[in-house]
Write a protein that binds this ligand. Structure first.
Ligand code: PAF
Length: 254
């Protein structure tokens, strides 16, 4: 089983030993409730770095909806076994107080890329994400950090932050992992009923259609999704919808 470290002191001690031995660290940052998408990131890190660290931290500052935070699945025991099987050396699961000694009075903010799409619909979300990722990168000191393309805007913002602050870490993008029917894996999918689960892949199917974004929006609404946005930015079409109170996001190349 991978080692589980929950204290900051324990982590810093472990990390310093790894760095002193000259082993490059690979970081997979998660909020727990691991699924195949996370395991793919861990497997990729395993092939490219000597010490694979999976952080498990349900970051409260990135949830603009307290109900969403409350019902986010919490499965540390299972996460530990899954991460171990996928090749993690260590799980770093710090407490909220240890990661936010400042009570979130210091924040990392981005003011251009983050103002639309997810940023527009989830006020404050990206400040929470960038702040916690900055903290994790500073604590873990990885050579490479792995992020999924499913959260495409998040990925672009983290890449930008690493460049803007000269963080000296390589941000490695990893393709979205999907169910056989096309639904992007997400920890929130478990909240769908059997009926919702059957309908959910239509989101990806509609996004992929080579019609206009207006037609995609209409198609999704006709199928019973509430559409938050469908937009094209650069070479990507991105969308967010709500089905049965479950918020789904996805994106496809165009
Ligand atoms: O993508 C996620 O799971 C989270 O936003 C992250 C990057 C772990 C930060 O809490």
């Amino acid at each position: 089983m991978s080692e589980l470290i929950q204290s900051l002191e324990g982590w810093v001690d472990y990390r310093d030993r790894v760095l002193a031995s000259g082993q490059p660290i690979g970081l997979v940052a998660t909020m727990g409730a691991l699924h195949e998408g996370h395991l793919e990131l861990i497997r990729r890190a395993r092939t490219e770095t000597d010490c694979v660290v999976v952080s498990v931290f349900l970051n409260p500052t990135q949830f603009n909806d307290p109900k969403d935070l409350e019902r986010y699945p919490k499965t540390l025991g299972v996460d530990l076994s899954l991460a171990t099987e996928a090749g993690a050396n260590v799980i770093f699961a710090p407490s909220r107080d240890s990661l936010y000694p400042d009570n979130f009075s210091y924040k990392v903010a981005e003011t251009v890329l983050s103002s639309n799409l997810e940023g527009e619909h989830r006020p404050g979300h990206f400040e929470g994400v960038l702040t916690v990722v900055m903290k994790l990168l500073n604590l873990v000191r990885p050579t490479r950090a792995y992020f999924g393309e499913k959260d495409y805007q998040q990925l672009k913002l983290i890449e930008g932050m690493a460049r803007a602050f000269f963080l000296g870490v390589e941000i490695v993008p990893v393709a979205t992992v999907r169910e056989a029917d096309g639904l992007a894996l997400s920890s929130r999918n478990v909240h769908l009923t059997a009926e919702g689960r059957k309908m959910a892949p239509e989101f990806h199917r509609s996004l992929k259609q080579t019609t206009t974004i207006e037609e995609v929006r209409r198609d999704l609404e006709d199928k019973g999704f509430t559409v938050e946005y469908v937009e094209e930015v650069g070479q990507r079409r991105l969308g967010a919808v709500v089905l049965e109170n479950v918020r789904l996001i996805d994106n496809v190349p165009i």
